[in-house]
Ligand binder design. Structure first.
Ligand code: B12
Length: 263
């Protein structure tokens, strides 16, 4: 469930159930204060709602020419990058998956919408360069997982929040995982798993990483669609699951995660 402030029209956070990405309209704490002073805020809610509809329709048509004007419209309305990625494109992709699963759209339609989101992501006005080492979080994709938008969206949203986060996609062989971790010195490595089928290989990579780096190994966690099921998966070999960008931010700021295996 995505909590979206209907006053400042910004993505707030996500709350369970994480497999249901319907928008729940709330008032964020900042707007609650502003509302007491400025009733005009209520009139500002309609334009972003319309923009969201236009984005959904343009993606369904595969209308690439609409991307720049729609992004310009989002900027003009003051939507943050996190709001666009987590509050608009993420629910669009999720809804697309549900519709494909239900047989309401063809695989080709899903591919078209995904390609549209890829293009829109590449055209975002705010694209800060990858941060320099040491990182707060390095996001990698599990071996066999071809879903790459999630970790990139997460890295971009977390960078917008001032954290040093980088996503490397697609998957890396284990020797390169170790090399990149040595080079980028992340405090945490997160492995993105879209399905439970890829979890054993993700855990195997993390286990090898810890074994090779010993006491110098970063903390590790698992995330992605697999973490967002109705029944959350249990920690695997002591590696915890994180369902949302907000939880990843909290884990980074708290230095959370299991201690590296020094053996
Ligand atoms: C686009 C898509 C694809 C594209 C991916 C293209 C790409 N470049 O990414 C393609 C066509 C390749 C694809 C393939 C398949 N897909 Co697919 N796909 C999707 C779809 C529609 C959207 C995925 C997406 O981008 N979501 C939006 C992003 C932003 O969300 P996200 O990944 O969850 O990431 C967020 C969080 O989870 C978090 N996050 C992500 N990673 C991490 C990591 C860490 C450490 C942390 C902290 C957080 C974090 O941050 C992100 C922002 O909030 C989903 C539907 C859905 N519900 O999402 C199905 C979906 C994931 N796919 C599914 C399936 C079944 C498949 C295929 C098996 C289909 C097939 N029969 O071939 C293959 C699997 C290929 C493989 N081996 O991986 C199923 C998975 C079901 C399941 N749980 O097992 C889904 C759920 C569709 C469905 N409803 O059935 N897919």
């Amino acid at each position: 469930m995505i909590r979206w402030c209907s006053y400042c029209q910004a993505f707030c956070d996500e709350q369970p159930p994480y497999h249901d990405l319907a928008l729940s309209h709330v008032i964020c704490p900042a707007c609650e204060v502003r509302l007491e002073r400025d009733e005009q805020l209520i009139a500002e809610t309609e334009a972003p709602r319309l923009l969201m509809k236009q984005i959904f329709r343009a993606a369904a048509r595969g209308d690439a020419a609409a991307i720049d004007p729609l992004l310009a419209g989002a900027t003009a309305l003051g939507l943050t990058t996190a709001s666009l990625l987590l509050g608009v494109l993420q629910p669009l992709l999720h809804r697309t998956g549900r519709r494909w699963q239900a047989g309401a759209i063809a695989v080709a339609d899903e591919h078209q919408i995904t390609a549209w989101c890829e293009r829109a992501f590449a055209r975002l006005p705010v694209a800060p360069p990858p941060p320099r080492a040491p990182l707060d979080l390095l996001l990698l994709v599990a071996p066999g997982n071809t879903h790459t938008l999630g970790p990139r969206f997460a890295a971009t949203a977390l960078r917008e929040r001032g954290l040093r986060v980088h996503a490397i996609v697609p998957e890396l062989p284990i020797d390169d995982v170790v090399d990149e971790v040595v080079r980028l010195r992340p405090a945490i490595v997160g492995m993105s798993c879209a399905t439970t089928a890829v979890v054993p290989d993700a855990v195997a990579q993390l286990t090898t990483l810890r074994a090779r780096l010993g006491a110098a190994a970063p903390r590790v966690l698992l995330g992605g669609m697999a973490a967002r099921q109705a029944t959350p998966p249990p920690a695997v070999d002591g590696v915890p699951w994180i369902a949302t960008v907000g939880q990843a931010e909290a884990a980074i700021r708290a230095g959370a995660g299991p201690a590296p295996d020094a053996s």
